[in-house]
Design a protein around this ligand. Structure first.
Ligand code: NDP
Length: 597
């Protein structure tokens, strides 16, 4: 495909015009929390609360959050001989995001072979290239059982305070269930996407029909099940869904088949590329699952998204395809022309071609021409979470489904009986909010507690001007505490669990070292932390977070990189550079930058 210079100029102009329609002064502040509007929105529809006595004992390691971060850290600690790990989790079981997100069609967007952690250790063969949510949730329980993590876990429990006791040299953990126990070490894996948010639409609390957020799906109302059984109670219902992000893309096909009428309220279309999911064949799996296979696959995925010329692409998905296209563009230029500007232009060219293909795919699938026009995404592919699906666009050909495009404005108002958009009122029985999760808010606000370190210093005060860590994992003045998340580390957004699993290995290595040497405390020296932050700030953050992009959580709702959120970038050399740095750091056994006592 060749795109002429005039066509490129026109596309750039259109991208900016579409962005301008959507920019708004309130940014992240447009959203509100579920519990702020309706208490019932935030309750757990999946597991009944069980009464229990408060715990007041001591454990070696306490981990806040029972998603992949807690599970993999718990597993690595168990392998290192630390058996008394207590995971504290607000849901009714392990799984984190996979506990809450049981909406119909929920499925991982990154290939299961690299997305699902500890496949080799548990011997589990994923059933599909992109596994569905029930399989991932079952895998979480499998990890919990295999590594003994259920024994001390506290479910339906939220940490309210976490403070370092200087005299006892341990952490005190307090919760909303009256617990007050101590731990030598603490880990936090509270996730970037665990606080569900509602759009700030006037009148939202006045609606008298049924409504829920996608992460609290009400199967009693819709019928069906997370395993894919048809939503058989919607046959006489007019259903509205607000939002067209990655979640909506996965559940709309199910709603379109089941509802009497489905209205999809769109503010910004997602880019929908080919999914091409397929079963994993046991013979094939057996042939590749030789010792060390999952690390080879993880490394290969990272390699394929880094500079250089990988010899093979094991995962072969939309992410590696994007990198391959950029590489091909760069390789087509003579090496003398490989300047940073030319490389950015090659990237833009590859992106234009990809997005033109994605827009052409809409025309090829959606029969109604006006609907097709409105489903086209006018921004660069990495401006928003790229989506991949083979039934979403097709859903708009179902007689019950109708796209209500709001031309970037969003739903205007919610009334007792329905919604108003672009001045038109729509009466519905049910409103489903596929409006996402808090991303741009402060860590302490999202976590629900503020870590109190040495001398009563709060983590929020330490991070007042921006995040400060060594390796994205440890903080000076907060001994024996580990924060498991991608920022200031690999920041590999195409496979978030890889970031987490790698941190789990680092934690296990540090803890094993401390236990073997009899150390009571470890934390980064102020110099090591300052040096690491300085390195992170050399990251130009060119691609993600560009203010040229249409607003969304990738670019801080259109506000771009602020002085503060520059600190949340990853290693300037990319994921590969971080992973290789940290692997040698761990293996050296010197734990440079940490002080032990
Ligand atoms: P998103 O934040 O991606 O999407 C929220 C949607 O709500 C957007 O379409 C947004 O529009 C829309 N919206 C917000 N306010 C209004 C309004 N007033 N009127 C109309 N529409 C509105 O949330 P998701 O839950 O879809 O996804 C969150 C993240 O979770 C994903 O980006 C991804 O990282 C992850 N995820 C991963 C999956 C996987 O791996 N399988 C599956 C699902 C989610 P606008 O775009 O204009 O802001």
């Amino acid at each position: 495909m060749t795109i002429t210079a005039e066509e490129k100029a026109a596309i750039r102009k259109r991208y900016l015009a579409e962005r301008d329609k959507r920019l708004r002064a309130d940014g992240n502040a447009q959203y509100q929390r579920l519990e702020d509007k309706f208490e019932t929105f935030a309750t757990d529809p999946y597991t009944p609360h069980a009464a229990r006595e408060p715990v007041t004992d001591h454990v070696t390691f306490a981990f806040i959050g029972g998603g992949f971060a807690g599970l993999v850290t718990g597993a690595r600690l168990a392998e290192a001989g630390i058996r008394d790990v207590r995971i504290v989790e607000k849901g009714g079981d392990f799984g984190g995001t996979w506990y809450w997100n049981r909406y119909p069609g929920a499925q991982c967007d990154t290939a299961s072979m690299i997305y699902m952690p500890l496949l080799e250790e548990t011997g589990h063969m994923p059933s599909e290239k992109y596994a569905h949510a029930p399989e991932i949730r079952t895998h979480c329980a499998r990890i919990g059982k295999q590594f003994g993590l259920y024994d001390k876990a506290l479910f339906h429990t939220e940490v309210t305070a976490l403070g370092w006791d200087e005299t006892a040299k341990r952490w005190t953990v307090r919760t909303n269930r009256g617990d007050a126990f101590t731990a030598k070490y603490v880990g936090m894996g509270t996730g970037p996407l665990h606080v569900a948010k509602l759009p700030g639409i006037d009148g939202i609390e006045t609606f008298e029909g049924k409504s829920f957020h996608t992460s609290r799906w009400d199967y009693d109302y819709t019928g069906g099940s997370p395993d894919g059984a048809p939503l058989d109670r919607l046959a006489d219902k007019r259903v509205a869904i607000i939002g067209t992000g990655a979640t909506s893309v996965q559940c709309v096909p199910h709603l379109a088949k089941a509802a009497k009428e489905l209205l999809v309220f769109q503010r910004t279309p997602s880019s929908i590329d080919v999914r091409n999911n397929r079963p994993i064949e046991p013979d094939w799996f057996e042939s590749i699952a030789t010792p060390g296979w999952q690390k080879r696959w993880l490394d290969n995925f990272v390699e394929n998204q880094s500079q250089g010329m990988p010899t093979e692409d094991l995962v072969m998905d939309g992410w590696t395809e994007l990198s391959r296209r950029i590489r091909e563009k760069v390789m087509a230029m003579p090496p003398t022309e490989w300047t940073p500007d030319n490389i950015m232009l090659a990237f833009e060219d590859a992106d234009f071609e990809k997005m033109e293909e994605i827009r052409a795919r809409v025309d090829a699938i959606v029969t109604d021409e006006d609907t097709a026009q409105k489903l086209k995404a006018w921004y660069r592919q990495l401006c928003k979470r790229p989506c991949f699906h083979d039934a979403y666009l097709q859903a708009f050909n179902e007689p019950a489904a109708r796209l209500i495009d709001t031309d970037g404005k969003g739903v205007e108002r919610i009334t007792q009986t329905g919604l108003v958009a672009q001045g038109t009122a729509y009466e519905v029985d049910c409103i489903i909010y596929a409006s996402g999760f808090e991303v741009g808010s402060d860590y302490a606000a999202r976590a629900g507690f503020d870590l109190t370190g040495r001398g009563g210093r709060k983590l929020s005060a330490h991070w007042q001007d921006g995040m400060r860590t060594l390796h994205g994992l440890q903080v000076s003045g907060f001994p024996n505490a580990f924060i498991v998340q991608p920022s200031q580390a690999a920041n590999l957004i195409s496979n978030v669990p890889h970031n987490i699993a790698d941190h789990a290995q680092t934690i296990a290595a540090i803890v094993a070292h401390m236990e073997a040497q009899g150390f009571a405390e470890a934390e980064p020296t102020p110099d090591a932390e300052a040096g690491w932050v300085e390195l992170i700030l050399t990251n130009s953050g060119m691609l993600i977070g560009s203010p040229d992009c249409t607003p969304g959580y990738y670019n801080n709702e259109g506000k771009g990189l602020t002085d503060k959120n520059r600190y949340s970038l990853g290693h300037p050399g990319g994921a590969k550079a971080f992973f290789s740095h940290i692997e040698s750091w761990r293996q050296s056994g010197r734990f440079e930058g940490l002080s032990f006592a």
